[in-house]
Design a binder for this molecule. Structure first.
Ligand SMILES: *[C@@H]1O[C@H](CO)[C@@H](O)[C@H](O)[C@H]1NC(C)=O
Ligand SMILES: *[C@@H]1O[C@H](CO)[C@@H](O)[C@H](O)[C@H]1NC(C)=O
Length: 419
């Protein structure tokens, strides 16, 4: 609610600034590129030389507008405007803080597109396209569209998570790092070369009302990846891509996900944990989400040989529509099935709840809880879970190994969870 009020205040401020601008130019005031009001200054990329014709490299203009917005003195808020009705071609670009204003609002009304040729990606292999780092109080909002032009990258994609530096390593479209108080709202993100949005080492983030779209067959095109971040709320968004809709990895805590329409894609997953040794994830609450025709539904996965823990994770109010593998815990994760480690150490999983889950599955094994023999899962609660086959007449089943906890009101009947 306070967020909505905040948005209204922003809108009113925008209108005021606009009127002041019109008035001052009507009165023949100097055509300076920034118009100051009490606490808000507007920086329109067009005034910094952007063409917005979809062909010219607008990165230098964006960089100049960003520097001005970020370094603005004596004002409380800068608004960087990317106007409607235009398409801006950007090469890889970094919007770095810290900034002087206490908040920066990036109003994305127009469209942003990536270069069509890999040679325009200055320096290769490159890890990301649009990058924001160390910006406190950043809001990126609007009805604009961000197109990563992924197809040129997908042809030569790595299998699974690519190792940086390999030639198949494609860039992330939009990356936020070390952000504090980020709000990301309203945009449409399409066809990222790899992951659409990553939140890395961020605090206090709200992501809402996004639409993320890439073909079901596009490789590694996760919707949103969260790592090393705390107090992240992702809600009310539609994510239809070729890989995980949302993936939470190590170092993340207090993550809330709700109101997500996911599919196609690989569902909502935690992990894979433990690949680089010690990993911790805790307090993840996923609720009121729908998965449609996803490869996996809700899943926690970890490599053998890792250490650390994932605990207090709950999935409630989830609906599955013809999902292939609805509920999974996999402590034997090894996607290529080649050179898989076998080890007695593992990331410890505990206090995991699956509650109020209904729907259909395209495969017969609808619940698969595969925990480590030496580090079994503890306090797994499966309650009020009813999953049937998407194919009329077929029976479904659940399976588990080394899973401790309890199952109640579960169909198919799950007798394999041990107290
Ligand atoms: C559940 O999510 C849907 C969107 O998927 C939303 O429309 C609805 O309001 C949400 N319900 C609750 C109780 O949050
Ligand atoms: C459950 O998952 C484990 C680990 O990935 C796998 O080895 C096993 O085949 C799966 N069980 C079923 C019945 O699909």
């Amino acid at each position: 609610m306070s967020w909505q009020i905040d948005r209204m205040v922003q809108l009113v401020t925008l209108v005021l600034v606009f009127l002041t601008c019109m008035l001052s130019s009507a009165l023949g005031a100097s055509s300076s590129t920034k118009i100051s009001l009490v606490s808000t200054t507007i920086f329109d990329v067009m005034k910094y030389g952007a063409r917005g014709d979809g062909k010219t490299n607008d990165s230098p203009a964006f960089m100049n507008a960003w520097k001005a917005a970020c370094q603005a003195q004596g004002n409380k808020r800068s608004i960087l405007v990317i106007p409607k009705g235009r398409t801006f071609l950007l090469r890889p670009i970094s919007f770095n803080g810290p900034c002087k204003p206490s908040s920066i609002f990036v109003q994305v009304s127009g469209n942003i597109v990536a270069p069509t040729k890999k040679t325009d990606w200055l320096g290769s292999p490159i890890d990301r396209w649009l990058y924001f780092s160390l910006v406190n109080g950043l809001t990126v909002s609007g009805s604009g569209r961000i197109d990563g032009r992924g197809p040129i990258w997908w042809e030569n994609a790595c299998i699974g998570t690519p190792a940086p530096g390999t030639t198949c390593h494609a860039p992330v479209a939009l990356q936020f790092k070390r952000c504090n108080g980020l709000r990301l709202n309203g945009l449409t993100h399409v066809n990222s070369p790899r992951v659409h949005i990553t939140l890395t080492t961020c605090k206090g983030v709200i992501v809402s009302n996004l639409h993320i779209i890439a073909p079901e067959t596009s490789p590694n095109t996760d919707g949103i990846d969260v790592s090393g971040s705390t107090n992240v709320n992702i809600r009310d968004s539609v994510i239809e891509t070729g890989d995980d809709c949302i993936a939470i990895s190590g170092g993340s805590s207090n993550i809330k996900i709700s109101g997500i329409m996911c599919g196609p894609g690989h569902g909502i997953s935690i992990g894979a944990l433990g690949n680089s040794g010690f990993d911790v994830v805790e307090n993840v609450d996923v609720r009121n989400c729908t998965m449609k025709k996803t490869l996996t539904g809700v899943r926690i996965k970890s490599w053998q040989g890792g250490s650390g823990y994932a605990r207090r994770i709950s999935f409630t109010g989830i609906k599955f529509i013809a999902v292939y593998n609805p509920i999974i815990i996999d402590q034997y994760y090894c996607p290529t099935q080649k050179n898989c480690r076998t080890s007695t150490s593992a990331v410890k999983l505990s206090d995991i709840t699956f509650r109020g889950i209904t729907g259909t599955s395209s495969m017969d094994n609808v619940i698969n809880l595969s925990c480590s023999k030496t580090v079994p899962c503890t306090n797994i609660v499966v309650d009020s879970v009813y999953i049937k086959s998407a194919i009329p007449g077929r029976t479904v089943y659940g399976s588990c190994i080394n899973a401790h906890g309890r199952a109640s009101h579960v169909k198919p009947f799950l007798s394999c969870i041990k107290p």
